[in-house]
Design a protein around this ligand. Sequence first.
Ligand code: ARG
Length: 424
Amino acid sequence: MKNRTLAIALCLLVSTAATAQGLVYVKAGHMVDVVDGKMRADQTIVIRGDRIERVASTSSIDIPAGARVIDLGNATVLPGLIDMHVHLTGDPDAQGYANLAASVPRNALYGAANGRRTMNAGFTTVRNVGAGGYADVALRDAINNGDVVGPRMRVAAHSLGITGGHCDNNFLPAEYAVSSGGVADGPWEIRKKVRENVKYGADLTKFCATGGVLSKGTTVGAQQYTLEEMIAIVSESHQRDRKVAAHAHGTEGIIAAIRAGVDSVEHASLIDDEGIRLAKANGTFLVMDVYVDTYILEMGEAAGFLPESLEKERQVGQAQRNNFRKAHAAGVRMAFGTDAGVYPHGNNGKQFAYMVQYGMTPMEAIQAATVNAAELLGWPGDVGAIESGSYADLIAVRGNPLEDIRELEDVRFVMKGGEVFKQW
Ligand code: ARG
């Protein structure tokens, strides 16, 4: 009898130790609760495997012997950040004509290096909005398989666009016969292109609703695709359970894209009152890359951007920042997105200061890069918040980002799925 009791007791002991061993306790002097919009003191995050099991005040948690403890002291812990507009497979050092020299496999390998840089900067999830040759699909799968280090990715594969538009490659004359993989004209070609993207692994659809800054020969403010074509893109994508992101700088193109039912408008530089009203009424997210203007105007010439691109940037850059302020004040939903790839990967966090300068509170800017972004991704409950059930994607900074948002430019600790990628 005695032996039996002892055996049971031993069994219990062993099993507690075994579960405790599977657990990680992250102790945070401060934690940004992005769901309630509050800073909380002395929190402990309990992690089992790749998910968060529990979050509670440190004094209320008994840490069992054998458990792994990561004590982040007085640091501030936040959910892993999310950038909704990146091109990981883009090499920022090769712009304009230099860009033509990189093959798809070479770009995929740039992507591996850029994924690591992006993670190191505290971005544990990204939405990759366009890549050639399914390089983004391959990168996402390699990251998921643990072959290379990088953020969780949602990928668009080929960006859809009209012949000769911003999402086509117009750098070479006709005899080279270059056309981008996502070119599709007319509703049926469009539907086929969306189906093709889905077939080869796209998680969402990206298309060009207007001209752009960095393309050759496009008018940045001019609409591309008709409303009918945009409706075809959205209906085909939504039928396949794929969200839609529309690149749009120009006023009319923004309005048409919102009317067609896109989930987010990227850039949204020249959005007017009607666009703001429609975005609000439809719950459309704006993803406004309000940092990159500074980089393009300061570094653009040296980086190899075409002179016409620099000229176009001057047309939209400041206007975009002013309209960011207006749209935010009007209550339009915003998600954080930077267009990293145009500027060097890993500097994504620099955009926060601009969002605050143009009207957001630091908490709102952080929410744009966490809870809001998670909703637009279609991953709420998995990423973008420190709550039970979510992936254990955590970052830490030294000071208080609610007092100085630039703390987010210096992320000191990064954990993704319970695994530490950057040690404090
Ligand atoms: N990829 C975008 C384009 O070529 C970059 C726009 C950058 N400028 C800006 N102000 N957001 O159109």
